[in-house]
Write a protein that binds this ligand. Structure first.
Ligand SMILES: Cc1cc2nc3c(=O)[nH]c(=O)nc-3n(C[C@H](O)[C@H](O)[C@H](O)COP(=O)(O)O)c2cc1C
Length: 190
């Protein structure tokens, strides 16, 4: 667990997407506590347009089997060594949170809900970072696969917008340069 007390600024600029986890498990209580705080994301009309399917601990192995089926279609043809290697991107995270949003028939509300859920997700990422837990928001194609939706009991009118992998890591990657305000801001009227 991280000892350093992070300011909001520290958390925002120091957080990195973690793509190489070290296999250490994430405590379900820690993840639930993070989610309990992350729900304070702004959201229009207090619709709180999100729900999650979480896996950490025992249920991970069933999830790994599902991910293997969906992401590595020819897995049966691989040697156990190659398969294990290809599966590390799924087996090393210590937990998963799939974020599900309602798909409002009205475009404005749908966009608002996606925006609010995105803020909620970043809240999770920042709060996790504060606990020394890395994360990566991933959007693999199988999120819309009917088999996957069925396994997660995603209802018609809902969409999975994120596979959030969470876990511990040995090394954080360096951040890629970002544009400066001067590059992206136009002063009104100029
Ligand atoms: C909506 C969204 C989808 C993303 N999907 C993926 C993904 O499918 N695979 C992946 O490796 N990273 C994904 N990322 C993470 C980005 O690669 C990462 O945020 C970017 O490289 C910037 O790095 P940083 O988060 O460390 O600042 C996604 C991020 C966002 C916001």
């Amino acid at each position: 667990m991280s000892e350093k007390i992070l300011s909001v600024r520290d958390a925002i600029i120091e957080r990195r997407s973690i793509k190489k986890f070290n296999g250490q498990s994430v405590d379900r209580g820690d993840l639930m506590a993070i989610i309990d705080d992350a729900v304070w994301a702004p959201n229009h009309g207090n619709r709180e347009p999100w729900r999650l399917v979480v896996a950490c601990g025992e249920e991970l192995s069933t999830l790994h089997n599902l991910l293997r089926e969906l992401a590595i279609p020819k897995w049966q043809e691989l040697s156990s060594e190659d398969l294990a290697k290809q599966m590390t991107k799924f087996t090393l995270p210590g937990g998963y949170a799939f974020v599900i949003v309602p798909e409002d028939a009205r475009q404005k509300e749908r966009l608002e809900d996606y925006a609010a859920a995105s803020i909620f997700i970043q809240n999770i990422q920042l709060l996790a970072w504060d606990k020394g837990i890395g994360s990566c928001w991933k959007t693999p194609g199988f999120l819309d696969n009917p088999k996957f939706r069925e396994a997660l009991k995603v209802q018609p009118g809902e969409r999975v917008i994120a596979m959030l992998q969470v876990g511990y890591f040995d090394e954080a990657p360096k951040g890629k340069e970002r544009k400066k305000s001067a590059d992206i801001v136009t002063i009104f009227g100029e």
